[in-house]
Write a protein that binds this ligand. Sequence first.
Ligand SMILES: [Zn+2]
Length: 88
Amino acid sequence: MRLIFNPESYAMMNCPFCKSDRLRNSRFQPVDIFQLLLLRLPVRCRDCIERSYVSIPEWRRIRRESLIRREKRNHRESDQRPAESHSK
Ligand SMILES: [Zn+2]
């Protein structure tokens, strides 16, 4: 079974409401199951607090960036890159 994507929204990684790119992963809600069927995962905009959805690769990238950001905050001088040890 193949689902049809809108290529524009599929590639989008900015907030559709305020165009900000400061997105973070959002907690799952029951309503997200429909977007999940479209292979899209929830994110929340840091600027306007609106919820939207991104493709799974985008979502993982956002998650990784937020993890790296947190790492940098904890260890200011860290030469080692955070390894992708979280295999899930
Ligand atoms: Zn926004």
